[in-house]
Design a protein around this ligand. Sequence first.
Ligand SMILES: [Zn+2]
Length: 130
Amino acid sequence: MITRREAALRLDVTLEMARRHGLPSRMSESEFAELDQNPPVWLAQSRANRTGKRPVWVHLQCVICGFSEDARPKKWWPEFTYLSCSHHPADELPAASRGLARSEVDGIGSRFVGIVDLPPAVTPAPSPPE
Ligand SMILES: [Zn+2]
């Protein structure tokens, strides 16, 4: 059985949408396969509208311990070089490549810090909104 959240992740739709269109809280793999292969109108439309857009979900994984979660990306997230749980000391992270300046972005997902290594000339990653 897969949960509605899992189904939403795999279909790349929001949980709200899954709920609004009556996805059950649990479904079997075969029910899911049926939905995926013969999408109802709302799902087909959602897919057609989404071409080339930012994904609904991103997979976040800690480079140090491997903890991972799927989260809804925020518009202000830059491209991360690494992600780590916020409790790891910074010196456990792989070192930045030579000549790259490292910046950290707090508050990614439920527990991540985003690491962005960029050449110093490039504008640093934006800060999260207050
Ligand atoms: Zn970790």
